[in-house]
Design a protein around this ligand. Structure first.
Ligand code: URA
Ligand code: SF4
Length: 229
């Protein structure tokens, strides 16, 4: 019988039964469902900083680990992560309440002249192969709110026709969470060539995160109210 082409393979058979986040992380460490395991140093799984806290849960989904994340084995520890942390602080979202992860769990890169390891966009097949990990993380963490950072995450969770430029900063409903908000990827802000463009992009990003903060505050107030019933 002909071998199934690898483009049809996904991580689905690797998802453990009754998964916890720790079990998922362990299983994902050995994933070879797409060719990116060869490019990346290690699987960079999602995580929540510190101990889980009571209150509404929010999950941020990026594209894929970058150079620093690939080396550290932790998501959003490089320049994009620093910018995200700053923006979260501005809008008053407690970083310890946040689970951060990526659509694709291995770093994809290209060597270019002089500069090494330049980020390369994951293909549709790689995103599809890796999606069972993200779906399992969502099932286990059960976020009240998911924030898609950039088009890769938004299209993976909201459909390929989703346009961040048109639909950013709006609370949407999805099968994955009661509220999903899409915004740009922090790296797009850092890449803006002119200082004034960077500033404007950062302001717009913060406005989108303010929407997320308001949703979270609303949920918190709702929880408080139901506790008094
Ligand atoms: N960009 C991402 O999308 N994810 C990371 O973890 C780091 C940079
Ligand atoms: Fe597996 Fe995802 Fe890594 Fe591909 S990118 S090998 S699907 S963990």
């Amino acid at each position: 019988m002909p071998k199934r082409p690898s483009s049809l393979e996904t991580a689905a058979p690797l998802i453990p039964e009754s998964p916890t986040l720790d079990k998922l992380r362990e299983a994902a460490a050995g994933c070879r469902a797409c060719p990116l395991w060869k490019t990346g140093t290690q699987t960079v799984f999602g995580e929540q900083e510190g101990r889980p806290r009571p209150g509404p849960r929010v999950m941020f989904v990026g594209e894929q680990p970058g150079d620093q994340e690939d080396k550290a084995g932790k998501p959003f520890v490089g320049p994009s992560g620093r910018l995200l942390n700053e923006a979260l602080e501005v809008v008053g979202i407690d970083r310890r309440q946040v689970y951060v992860t990526n659509t694709v769990k291995h770093f994809k890169w290209e060597e270019t002249q002089g500069k090494k390891r330049i980020h390369a966009k994951p293909s549709y097949g790689e995103i599809r192969a890796c999606k069972p990990w993200l779906e399992a993380e969502i099932r286990v963490f059960r976020p009240d709110v998911i924030v898609c950072l950039g088009a890769t995450a938004a299209q993976a969770l909201l459909g390929k026709d989703f346009r961040v430029t048109k639909q950013r900063g709006r609370p949407l409903h999805s099968e994955y969470a009661p509220v999903v908000v899409a915004t740009v990827h922090p790296s797009s802000i850092l890449r803006a060539p002119k200082e004034e463009d960077r500033k404007a992009a950062l302001r717009a990003f913060i406005e989108d995160l303010r929407v997320v903060a308001e949703v979270l505050n609303g949920l918190r107030a709702g929880e408080g109210a139901s506790a008094h019933l």
